[in-house]
Design a protein around this ligand. Structure first.
Ligand code: AMP
Length: 212
């Protein structure tokens, strides 16, 4: 079962992907994590893309598609795509690449979240540099260390309120049309993301159980 998880920034794609990876033994591809690793490695590519990401813009389709194609071709496992596709061109490319590999996308799940929730959620979000786990911290908490692996927790540079506002604009303009692309194929379902992670996960699993 190959799954695409969609949703605006802060909707919970990363959190749900990690849970799905465990439950269904999927290969989790988070394009955001892949790009952040590339930046951390200080490679030429990493240097090229750092500014784009920090400003909340999308990495050009051609580059993103070639990065993804390399990762997809290295695994035989079923995949959960987290953060890809983010444009209709990427969705078309993903269909083409899956077809060439004799695979297909089985389900596309959109995790919905009211925009009024987004900035608050993201400003209390921290990510672990080591294991990439995403955590929500309370208003009085200042955790600096990942409770899972002891790695350093940090606030992503693109998680400031101004950048989040811009990322939402980009999401509306470039990513929401992807919803119509998949709705036309009958593979599309929505889950309410404005619940606890456990409740969202239950709803996501209910959608997936109908596919199996
Ligand atoms: P994420 O961790 O999914 O929120 O992604 C963080 C950032 O990485 C995005 O705001 C984009 O700058 C970049 N990015 C991630 N996935 C893609 C993609 N599929 N296409 C273009 N840019 C992407």
């Amino acid at each position: 079962m190959n799954i695409v998880l969609m949703g605006c920034p802060g909707a919970g794609k990363g959190t749900q992907s990690a849970k799905l990876q465990d439950k269904y033994q999927l290969h989790h591809i988070s394009t955001g994590d892949v790009l952040r690793k590339e930046i951390a490695s200080e490679s030429t590519l990493g240097k090229q893309i750092a500014q784009i990401i920090d400003q909340g813009n999308l990495v050009p389709d051609k580059l993103m598609i070639s990065i993804l194609e390399k990762i997809v071709s290295t695994t035989d496992k079923d995949i959960i795509f987290d953060g890809f596709p983010r444009t209709v061109a990427q969705a078309e490319a993903l269909d083409g690449m899956m077809q060439r590999l004799g695979r297909n996308i089985d389900k596309v799940i959109m995790i919905t979240l009211p925009e009024s929730e987004v900035v608050g959620r993201i400003s209390s979000r921290r990510q672990c540099r080591k294991c990439e786990k995403i955590l929500q911290i309370g208003p009085d908490e200042s955790e600096k260390v990942c409770p899972e692996c002891g790695g350093e927790l940090y606030t992503r540079p693109d998680d400031t309120p101004e950048r989040v506002k811009h990322r939402l604009e980009v999401y509306h303009q470039d990513t929401l049309p992807v919803k119509n692309y998949y709705a036309a194929s009958g593979k599309y379902a929505e889950v309410n993301g404005n619940q606890t992670p456990e409740q969202v996960f239950e709803d996501v699993c209910n959608v997936l159980e109908k596919v199996k």
